[in-house]
Write a protein that binds this ligand. Structure first.
Ligand code: FE2
Ligand code: FE2
Length: 451
């Protein structure tokens, strides 16, 4: 897309909204405004499956193009949207005039108390989305986590593009998927701790896309811990990333429903497993594993769950790993209807299902992997000190409160002291961070005595 096309799109949008504010819907100026907007959006979408118009501060950014500032009309338009919490508008291929009209109507109506994004959803719009931009708060200057954040952030953005393309009726772009998996594969082998920490961030705003990336990351971490490597590891990643892609066909009112689904709605929701398998089967470059996992991921060990009546089969190893990652991430994330649950509680829920939903040995390994630093365990800090975990952080399992009991030379401290590993010092850094659990016993030390 050229700068001209980008600017054209935003200008036409601003003009159409302005006409709609001033005149009745049937007015020729309103109609003409829509026509012009339609032409501009078609033009912008010619080369890519979706275009994101972002409003950040006083700036307007279309995909990667920053529009030149200085025009009062556009600046005012951007400010007006920002005031109403619109930070970006995503247009996807397949867009029709009625959808543009609905967008313009929604933006022009300043009286309605209902949030814009909700109104757009209720209008049944499939090719336009309004949202907020998640700006990463980089509080940790450590190169590791900063780099991991960038990779993770890009992965989530790319997942969104992937999703929008699939939703607009195109196939999910294998190139985009590959980009995500490349990043995650690197992190999983080089900096798993940072990656796992990132999946623990609670970003409900774009749950769909963070969920895709989180499930891929959590599945790849499990697979890696089982010594799955190379091509197979990446195939696991692809399958995990795409497990819910069939939900592009699920109506938004079912997908985002705040309350419990009715039996009828649940039946609709259940279709995503079969739809996903279909979509993935016809997507070039998708590993054969992907449609299998999409199809199986809500089946339990005894083949209850859905799809129903699948006959006798053995669930794929990747399916079993993905369903653990899937349920864990869903329970942990903030959803419209409830807050994310603390990890300990999640662990209990996952373990206590009576008909074993999960493969038990795999679940045990996962809990060990994620169970991280339970209270009373010995841990090694980045300072080489040894400490006992005294309390879990309420939301960040990677940053517990600890009691430091040995200095870097392995000498026991006469007076152990408490340290909050989530605290940041005046240089903006974490003074102490837990590096790993110490699994071997240390002579003469009873960790529980320090609690
Ligand atoms: Fe699912
Ligand atoms: Fe899922």
């Amino acid at each position: 897309m050229t700068e001209k096309q980008a600017e054209d799109l935003v200008r036409r949008l601003a003009a159409a909204v302005r006409s709609a504010e001033l005149y009745s819907p049937a007015h020729p100026l309103v109609q003409r405004g829509l026509d012009a907007l339609g032409a501009a959006s078609l033009d912008a979408l010619r080369a890519s499956p979706s275009v994101v118009v972002g409003f950040l501060g006083g700036e307007i950014i279309v995909d990667a193009i920053r529009l030149p500032g200085g025009t009062a009309t556009l600046a005012g338009f951007a400010r007006g949207l920002r005031e109403r919490d619109v930070e970006k508008i995503t247009f996807s291929k397949g867009l029709i005039r009625d959808e543009l009209r609905a967008l313009v109507d929604v933006l022009a109506d300043r009286q309605s108390p209902v949030p814009l994004a909700d109104r757009l959803q209720h209008a049944g719009i499939r090719h336009i989305a309004i949202g907020r931009i998640v700006v990463e708060e980089v509080t940790d200057e450590q190169a590791g986590i900063a780099a991991a954040r960038r990779i993770y952030g890009t992965a989530v953005e790319t997942a969104e593009t992937l999703w929008q393309a699939a939703k607009a009726g195109d196939r999910p772009d294998p190139g985009a998927a590959r980009k995500i998996i490349d990043g995650l594969a690197r992190l999983v082998s080089q900096d798993r701790t940072s990656l796992m920490a990132l999946t623990a961030l609670k970003k409900y705003d774009n749950y769909t896309f963070t969920h895709m990336v989180n499930v891929a990351a959590l599945a790849m971490a499990q697979a890696r811990a089982l010594n799955v490597e190379g091509t197979l590891l990446r195939e696991f990643g692809f399958a995990a990333l795409m497990h819910d892609i069939g939900k592009v066909n699920t109506p938004l009112e079912v997908l985002n429903k705040a309350g419990k689904l009715t039996a009828e709605e649940f039946d609709i929701m259940k279709r995503h497993v079969v739809d996903g398998a279909h979509i993935l089967r016809r997507t070039p470059e998708m590993p054969a594993l992907a449609p299998i996992v999409a199809f199986e991921h809500h089946l339990k060990q005894d083949l209850s769950g859905y799809p129903e009546n699948v006959g006798s089969r053995t669930l794929n190893l990747c399916t079993m790993i993905v369903s653990i990652a899937d349920v864990f991430d869903a329970l942990r994330s903030n959803r419209p209807y409830r807050e994310g649950l603390a990890t300990a509680r999640i662990r209990a829920i996952m373990g206590e299902q009576d008909s074993p939903a999960f493969n038990q040995p795999l679940l045990k390994r996962f809990v060990n992997l994620m169970g991280l630093f339970p209270v009373g365990n010995l841990v090694r800090l980045n300072t080489e000190e040894i400490a006992v975990v005294t309390a879990e952080h309420p939301s960040d399992p990677f940053r517990p409160q600890v009691k430091v009991i040995m200095d870097r030379d392995g000498v026991r401290l006469p007076e152990p002291f408490l340290a909050n590993t989530w605290e940041i010092d005046d240089r903006g850094q974490h003074a102490r961070a837990v590096v790993e659990a110490v699994t071997e016993e240390i002579d003469g030390i009873d960790p529980l005595a320090f609690l």
